[in-house]
Design a protein around this ligand. Structure first.
Ligand code: MF3
Ligand code: CO
Length: 250
């Protein structure tokens, strides 16, 4: 699990460094596919229920599952890049929302609060805790800041399949749902709208967008439940356990 998820983190870091005005989301997708292949892994999303690409690239009011295209990113946009891989039979999954050039202070705040909500959710990961302890702190942090939580999509267990039990909603009362046990691995992924929580799926059958056109952000980490607390398997290279520095990317 560490190897697959470290690869996801390293490829996402490369994509993040590549994002700038003038780049297309299809170019990001091509780069991701080639880096994953060079590392001896395979994209996890391509072909999943017919999904056509390696990454999801969701721009501005697109929430999740945006299909890479010739759309050119422009200064002030935000792009959520979600990516999964399979390596040696194990899955990795993570997402980041990246600014394109300079973004407004209000947009930067949306990204910061969404990342903080993910971090607070991760802090709830402990043996004997409950799934909805994560859900609850994520929702509270987001709503305290005046934003809304998307309810139609959830985090998930991950391992030898991309989506395993349990589902991890980003809202709810604490103390509910399955207990967290040592060795479980969870993909926690808040999706946060600046305006209303309502979303709809476009005619392409994939792209989820906010109904009110407001901006949306998405951050995701894959996290192991261990006796010593949460271990973020998709942490950036400098925060990673020493046993897994080399993913083969750069
Ligand atoms: N990170 C998302 C998920 O976990 C992406 C799935 S996209 C799909 O669930 F294309 F694979 F469906
Ligand atoms: Co996921």
């Amino acid at each position: 699990m560490l190897a697959a998820n470290a690869l996801v983190a390293d490829v996402l870091a490369e994509l993040e460094a590549t994002v700038k005005p003038g780049v297309t989301t299809a170019e990001l997708d091509d780069l991701a596919e080639s880096l994953i292949g060079q590392a001896g892994a395979a994209p996890a999303f391509k072909g999943y229920h017919g999904y056509p690409a390696t990454i999801c690239a969701s721009v501005n009011s697109e929430v999740v599952h945006g299909i890479p295209s010739d759309r050119t990113l422009i200064e002030g946009d935000i792009v959520s890049i979600d990516m999964g891989v399979i390596l040696n039979g194990f899955y990795g999954d993570a997402a980041v929302t990246v600014p394109v050039g300079r973004i407004s202070d209000s947009t930067a705040r949306l990204l910061r609060v969404t990342r903080e909500a993910l971090d607070k959710g991760i802090d709830q990961v402990r043996v004997g805790g409950r799934v909805s302890d994560i859900s609850h702190v994520v929702q509270r942090h987001v709503e305290v800041h005046g934003y809304s939580i998307v309810r139609e999509f959830v985090g998930h267990g991950i391992g030898v399949r991309l989506h395993e039990e349990p589902q991890i909603p980003n809202y709810g009362e604490p103390g509910r749902g399955p207990r967290l046990a040592e060795g479980m691995v969870l993909a926690i992924e808040p999706m946060v709208n600046m305006g209303s929580s309502a979303v709809k799926v476009l005619k392409d059958g994939w792209t989820a967008v906010t109904c009110d056109g407001s901006l949306s952000a998405h951050f995701e980490h894959t996290v192991a439940v261990t006796a010593v607390g949460p271990v973020v398997l998709t942490a950036p290279v400098h925060q990673r356990p020493a046993s897994v520095t080399a993913s083969g990317v750069k």
